[in-house]
Design a protein around this ligand. Structure first.
Ligand code: 6PG
Length: 229
């Protein structure tokens, strides 16, 4: 079930989403002493990241990781880790414990090491912020993705998957559907009229793999969609 929240602009959306994420993180810290947040890359989240990074919460008790990552070096301009370091992990949020996904070397060899490293994360996620492309992908669930079926398997046991697809650019690593939808707070952050049209189309019937955000829309118990023009 999803709820659409409309905002007048990016700044108003960013403030509201930052507030809601902080509520989820503080709740997680109060319950189990730590909290974990997963964010998406791309161009949309920058204003939100800046707003969240200024919030006064106990960032030393927060783990920040990525929903997915392009398999590029950490200083590459395409790196989601670089985007998060430069836009979110500044100001007060610089005290957070950052857990990037990229590991040097071949992605197919690194994924098993990454799976082992994930054992240190205080899962389930307290907050997950998804984005969406105009092709209907979210995370790295791309149409035609080589590991799409495994990554969106609701009964899948792997926390992460590699993904290669025509629309993905570099090889990707992505958290899988079950671990994303288990999050205490799950949001889809999209902006612009085009993406609202894509969401409306994705919310209808049709093959989920054709617009993989449908897997999230159909599996999530509660998804909050944050949209601004
Ligand atoms: C990525 C993201 C991806 C992103 C969408 C939207 O690594 O690209 O995780 O899922 O959220 O592609 O990207 P834009 O915000 O740039 O439109």
């Amino acid at each position: 079930m999803s709820e659409l929240k409309r905002f007048k602009d990016s700044v108003a959306l960013a403030d509201a989403l930052a507030e809601r994420v902080c509520h989820a993180l503080v709740s997680g810290i109060n319950k189990r002493g730590k909290a974990i947040l997963a964010v998406s890359g791309g161009s949309t989240p920058k204003v939100f990241f800046k707003a969240l990074g200024t919030r006064s919460i106990n960032w030393e008790k927060v783990v920040v990781t990525l929903v997915d990552e392009r398999w590029v070096e950490a200083d590459d301009e395409r790196s989601n880790a670089r985007l998060v370091r430069e836009n979110l992990l500044t100001n007060k949020a610089s005290k957070a414990d950052f857990f990037p996904l990229y590991r040097a070397g071949n992605i197919d060899q690194a994924i098993s090491h990454l799976e082992k490293d994930l054992a240190r994360l205080p899962l389930p996620f307290d907050a997950v912020i998804l984005g969406m492309g105009v092709d209907g992908h979210t995370a790295s669930f791309f149409p035609g993705g080589d590991n799409l079926d495994a990554a969106v398997d609701r009964n899948g046991k792997n926390l992460v998957s590699t993904m290669r697809a025509g629309g993905a650019g570099e090889p990707r690593v992505t958290f899988t559907l079950p671990v994303l939808v288990e999050s205490g707070f799950l949001a889809l952050h999209i902006e612009g009229a085009d993406k609202l049209d894509v969401l409306k189309k994705a919310s209808g019937d049709g093959d989920a793999n054709a617009m993989p955000v449908r897997h999230i829309l159909r599996a999530a118990e509660k998804l909050e969609v944050y949209w601004a023009p």
